[in-house]
Design a protein around this ligand. Structure first.
Ligand SMILES: C[S@@+](CC[C@H](N)C(=O)[O-])C[C@H]1O[C@@H](n2cnc3c(N)ncnc32)[C@H](O)[C@@H]1O
Length: 703
C-alpha cells in the first residue's frame, strides 16, 4: 500500500489532474468489500436535456442528421462561441476529454445540451395544467423529468418528509427497457448489470434523504433478472432498514423460462424506524369479504357470438332494482328492436371496446336462480349516465360456500349474501409473503384497464391498479395524510391507487409521480424517419409523461377520456363503481426545466421556483406565482417576504392567517433573517432563500 501511495504522490507531482484521477480510482478499489456487491460505478452518467437552449460554455453532443436512425456522435463538446441568430445560429465547438484538440462549427439546431454527473444544474418547474375536483384537498403532483434531477429538487421540498416510496424501475430485461447515457442497455452489454446498479444506487441514495427516518417504507418491485442484485444493493444502501420480500403472481398465464412457467415477480419492502404493517390485503385474507364479479363477461370470450344465449335484457324498475330477467334476442336483432315491458328499463351487456355487442357471464335461467339465492348484487345505479353495475357470485364461489372455505354471514339490506373468507382460528392473519390474487394480474388490471381510461394509447407493462393499491394499503392504511412518492411512475398507477385508497376512507393522501418523457423503443425509429428529434414538440407530445401519465391521471379524476367521453369500465374488487364517477381529488402537472442563472431575470427565476415553494408547504391551496410588488405575500399554507423592511406587516399577516406552515424569507443576510424569525410563531417553519433565486436549487449531479 505505502509503495502505491508513493507512486501516486509521484504521479501527482508530474501531472496533478492525472494523479488525482488515479488516487480516486485507487480509493474506489481499496474500499471494495470483501463480501457483498462490488460493481463499477460507471461515472459519469450523463443525461441529454432536449429543449434546453444552447449557451456558451455548455457541454453538448452533436445530433445525428434528421431522418436517420444512426446512433450519432457520442463524444462531448464544449461550446466556445455562438454566432448568428435563429435557424442560422452556429456554435464553435471544442472536443472534450481528449489530448488532441479538435474544433468545428455546427448549426445550433443540431446540438443537444448534456448534463454530466459532476455538473451543476438549476432545476425549475413549470405548470402544464391542473385538475381540481377535490375541494381543499392537497394536490397530487406529476412531474415530467429525468428522475435524478427531480429527486434533487425534492431534497429542498421533501427532505425527511416522505412516508412511502413505491418504485417499479426498469427491470433490465435486455429488451430495450431503459437507457444509460442515452443508449439502450441491451442483453449483449457486458456491463449491463453494473450500469443498472449504478443508475439505481444513485437514485436510492437521494431517495433515502427524502424518507422520514423515524417511520417510512420503501417498496421496490423487480423480477428474476435483477432481484438478487437489487436485494444486496438495498441491504448495503439501507443497513438500518428491516427488509422483507413478497413473491407476487402478476401473470397467471405465465411466460416460459427454461421449462418452467414464470408467473410471479418480487416486491422488496424496506421498513425504516418504527414503520410497521398497518393494513390487510383485502381479498383472500382470512376474515375478509369476497369480491363479487362483474356480470359483463370480459376478455376474448366476451363477444355476443361466443354465447348468443347470454345476450338478453335485464329489466330494472324505477327504484334501480332488478325486476325481471328478459330472454335472449335472436342474433340478427339488436337492442333497438326490443320493446321493454311498460315501466321497466332494459339493461344490456356493456358493448365491446370496439363497439360490438358484449354478453353477460351467465344465461337468463342461471341469473334468475342466482337472484333468488341473493347471489346478484347491484351497485350504484345512475339512469342519466346509463350506469347499472351488476355483480354476481360465481359457481366456484358458491361451491366454496358449500365446502366451507367461504362463509355466509347473513344478508345485507337488499337481501344479498354477505360472504367472507373463513377466519383463521378467529384471528385476522398477518399478510402472507406469497400473493396469488386474480386482482393482481398485470394484463387484465394494468394494460386492459389503461385501455379503458386512455383508449388508443399504449404503455408497456403497467402494474395492476389493484396490486399497487394492495401493497400501499399495507403501509398507509392508518395514515390518511401520507405523502407517497413514485419516481419511476410510468403510466401513473401509484397516484391512481392512492386516489382509490382515499375514496375508501376519506383520506387526504397525496402522491408525487415522477417519470421522464421517453418514447417507446419502437416509436423512436418511426419518429426519426419522420424527420423528428427529441426536443421537437411533435416528438415530445408522444412521450410517456405527456401522452400517458398526465392524461391518465386527468381521466381518472374527471371520469372522462381525453376525447371527453365517459370512461366505460367499472372499478373492481375492494371498491366497485363506474370509472366515469371519477375521484374527488386535485392534481397538477409539471415539467422540470433547466435554467442557467446567467441572463435570467429575477422574476422569471422566481416563477420557476414558485411551485417548489408551494410543494414545500404541502402542495395545497393557492400559490404565489410572481414576486410580490408590495414586498411580501401570504398564500393558504405559506408566506413570502422579499423586502425585509416590510417584515412587521408580513409577520402580522402570518399571525392572522390560519393554516400557514412555512415562511420563506429572501435575504443573503443571516443576521437579519434570525431577527425576523424570532418574531414569528413557533409553529411556522422559517426558510431562508438566497436573493439569487436559482442558486437555492443548485445541485451538483456528482454529489
Ligand atoms: C417499469 S415502468 C413503471 C410502470 C408503472 N409502475 C406503471 O404501472 O405504469 C418504469 C418507468 O420509468 C421511466 N424511467 C426510466 N428511467 C427513468 C429516469 N431516469 N427518469 C425518469 N423516468 C424514468 C420509464 O420511462 C418507465 O415509464
Amino acid at each position: 500500500m505505502s509503495r502505491l501511495t508513493e507512486l501516486l504522490a509521484q504521479a501527482k507531482n508530474k501531472d496533478p489532474a492525472l494523479g488525482q484521477e488515479l488516487e480516486h480510482e485507487f480509493k474506489v478499489l481499496s474500499s471494495r468489500r470483501s463480501f457483498g456487491l462490488n460493481f463499477e460505478r460507471h461515472r459519469p452518467e450523463n443525461v441529454e436535456l432536449p429543449g434546453r437552449p444552447i449557451r456558451k460554455g455548455d457541454k453538448v453532443r452533436i445530433l445525428p442528421p434528421r431522418a436517420t436512425t444512426a446512433k450519432g456522435d457520442q463524444r462531448l463538446w464544449k461550446v466556445l462561441k455562438l454566432e448568428g441568430t435563429g435557424d442560422k445560429k452556429t456554435a464553435q465547438l471544442e472536443l472534450l476529454d481528449t489530448a488532441q484538440s479538435e474544433r468545428q462549427k455546427i448549426a445550433v439546431v443540431d446540438l443537444i445540451v448534456v448534463a454530466e454527473f459532476k455538473d451543476f444544474i438549476y432545476p425549475g418547474l413549470i405548470s402544464t395544467g391542473k385538475v381540481k375536483h377535490g375541494g381543499e384537498k392537497p394536490f397530487h403532483t406529476i412531474i415530467n423529468s429525468e428522475n435524478f434531477h427531480a429527486l434533487e429538487a425534492l431534497t429542498f421540498t421533501h427532505r425527511g418528509k416522505i412516508d412511502v416510496i413505491y418504485i417499479d424501475p426498469p427491470y433490465n430485461s435486455g429488451a430495450k427497457d431503459w437507457k444509460y447515457n442515452n443508449d439502450y442497455v441491451e442483453k449483449e452489454d457486458l456491463y449491463r448489470h453494473s450500469k443498472w446498479l449504478a443508475m439505481i444506487e444513485r437514485r436510492l441514495l437521494i431517495a433515502k434523504e427524502l424518507l422520514n427516518p423515524r417511520n417510512s417504507v420503501l417498496i421496490a418491485t423487480i423480477d428474476e433478472k435483477e432481484y438478487l442484485r437489487l436485494g444486496l444493493l438495498l441491504e448495503q444502501s439501507f443497513p438500518e432498514a428491516r427488509i422483507q420480500m413478497i413473491s407476487s403472481v402478476i401473470n397467471p398465464k405465465g411466460v416460459p423460462r427454461d421449462g418452467l412457467s414464470r408467473v410471479d415477480e418480487y416486491i422488496f419492502v424496506c421498513l425504516f424506524g418504527a414503520a410497521e404493517v398497518q393494513g390487510q390485503i383485502k381479498e383472500g385474507s382470512a376474515g375478509t369479504e369476497v369480491r363479487w364479479r362483474g356480470l359483463t363477461r370480459t376478455g376474448a370470450n366476451g363477444i355476443r357470438s361466443k354465447s348468443p344465449g347470454a345476450f338478453y335484457p335485464i329489466l330494472f324498475d324505477n327504484s334501480g332494482r332488478i325486476a325481471q330477467v328478459g330472454e335472449p334476442l335472436p342474433l340478427e336483432k339488436g337492442p333497438n328492436d326490443y320493446t321493454p315491458p311498460k315501466g321497466l328499463h332494459p339493461v344490456w351487456p356493456t358493448p365491446r371496446p370496439n363497439g360490438g355487442d358484449g354478453r353477460w357471464s351467465v344465461v337468463p335461467e342461471t341469473l334468475r336462480s342466482l337472484l333468488k339465492m341473493g347471489a346478484v348484487r347491484v351497485g350504484k345505479v345512475n339512469f342519466e349516465k346509463n350506469q347499472f353495475p351488476i355483480f354476481y357470485l360465481t359457481s366456484e364461489q358458491l361451491k366454496a360456500i358449500e365446502d366451507g372455505s367461504l362463509v355466509v354471514k347473513g344478508h345485507n339490506n337488499h337481501g344479498t349474501l354477505r360472504v367472507y373468507f373463513k377466519e383463521d382460528g378467529g384471528r385476522r392473519s398477518a399478510p402472507r409473503t406469497v400473493w396469488d390474487n386474480v386482482s393482481h394480474s398485470a394484463s387484465e388490471h394494468g394494460s386492459m384497464l389503461l385501455r379503458e381510461i386512455i383508449p388508443g394509447r399504449n404503455f408497456p407493462f403497467p402494474k395492476s391498479l389493484y396490486a399497487v393499491e394492495d401493497v400501499l394499503r399495507l403501509f398507509v392504511a392508518e395514515n390518511l395524510s401520507a405523502t407517497v412518492l413514485d419516481f419511476f411512475s410510468g403510466s401513473g398507477t401509484t397516484a391512481h391507487a392512492i386516489m382509490r385508497l382515499n375514496r375508501q376512507d376519506d383520506g387526504r393522501r397525496q402522491c408525487i409521480s415522477i417519470t421522464n418523457n421517453e418514447v417507446a423503443a419502437d416509436e423512436h425509429a418511426a419518429l426519426r424517419s419522420q424527420n423528428l428529434r427529441p426536443g421537437d414538440a411533435n416528438w415530445e407530445k408522444w412521450g410517456i409523461c405527456d401522452y400517458i401519465t398526465k392524461p391518465r391521471i386527468k381521466a381518472a379524476i374527471t371520469g372522462k377520456t381525453s376525447e371527453g367521453k365517459d370512461i366505460a369500465g367499472y372499478y373492481k374488487f375492494t371498491d366497485e363503481f363506474p370509472m366515469s364517477e371519477g375521484f374527488e381529488e386535485n392534481a397538477e402537472f409539471f415539467t422540470l426545466t433547466y435554467e442557467t442563472p446567467v441572463a435570467v431575470s429575477h422574476n422569471r427565476a422566481f416563477e420557476r421556483i414558485a411551485p417548489l415553494l408551494w410543494m414545500r408547504a404541502g402542495s395545497e391551496g393557492t400559490r404565489i406565482e410572481n414576486l410580490p410588488a408590495q414586498g411580501w405575500e401570504v398564500a393558504n399554507t405559506y408566506g413570502l417576504l422579499i423586502d425585509l423592511d416590510d417584515a412587521a406587516a408580513f409577520v402580522k399577516a402570518i399571525k392572522n392567517s390560519n393554516g400557514i406552515r412555512v415562511a420563506f424569507i429572501v435575504t443573503d443576510d443571516e443576521r437579519r433573517f434570525q431577527t425576523i424569525i424570532r418574531s414569528m410563531p413557533d409553529t411556522i417553519e422559517p426558510v431562508r432563500l438566497y436573493e439569487s433565486y436559482l442558486t437555492n436549487f443548485r445541485f451538483s449531479m456528482g454529489r
